[in-house]
Design a protein around this ligand. Sequence first.
Ligand code: ADP
Length: 254
Amino acid sequence: SLAEISLSRVPDEIAPLVGAFNSLLARLRDAFALQRQFVQDAAHELRTPMAAISLQVETLRGHVPPGEAAERFAQLEAGVTRAQHLLEQLLDLSRQSAPDRAAAESVDVETLLRESISQLMVLADRRRIDVGYEGRCPARVEAPAAELRSVFDNLIDNALRYAPEGGVVDVRLHEVEGRPVVDVVDNGPGIAPQWISRVFDRFFRVPGSAAGGSGLGLAIAQAAAQRHGARIELRNRDGAAGGGLVARVHLPVH
Ligand code: ADP
């Protein structure tokens, strides 16, 4: 965070310099706040017309004749879904950096995971993915429920999108070396080792990734996790890309 240096703690000779530095910091902070607010407002404003477009597209779906028109229509539909997803992620991102974040509460991890899975079942069904859940230990985390949900939502959403059609996704809450972890495991392509650290960067997508992503999900998830003492670790199931990905959330122990 950007904190001013206290003038009472610096020698007189450099006080003017520190003063100038402090006012520069204040302006920087204002500029960041303005930029964040702009992204939030723009994303928020775009939501309404996007929802209207999405509704129209849904209504028209049954009236499109098969053939080329239907193919183009499917592309249009995928584009609308993608744009809506991107808007939600931009909103998430701008809310995260807001100073007035939601208050922490004691949340039951299993409840959150079940909510997350049930909300994403539409996507799982569409891609005929078999989703399994196993909770081997109770776990509670002190954090705003919505922020923790966004960690799980993003990881499960990724697993469902990168697993092949008809694939398998398993969510497991268990203990590793006496500490609670959540594993989201899929049987998709995994991530080549040279990209594993980069996929947490904003807008970064592994070259050749399946279409439809924004590159924001993991950045959002990792930032939310770290704010509450959790951490996401990614590794390939077989030690090399190709056999599926294990996204592990190390939960904080209170
Ligand atoms: P998005 O999925 O929207 O592109 P993310 O930040 O969630 O953005 O992920 C960044 C990149 O990491 C993705 O583009 C993809 O290349 C890779 N990735 C994320 N999750 C998985 C996964 N479960 N299996 C394979 N690759 C993944």
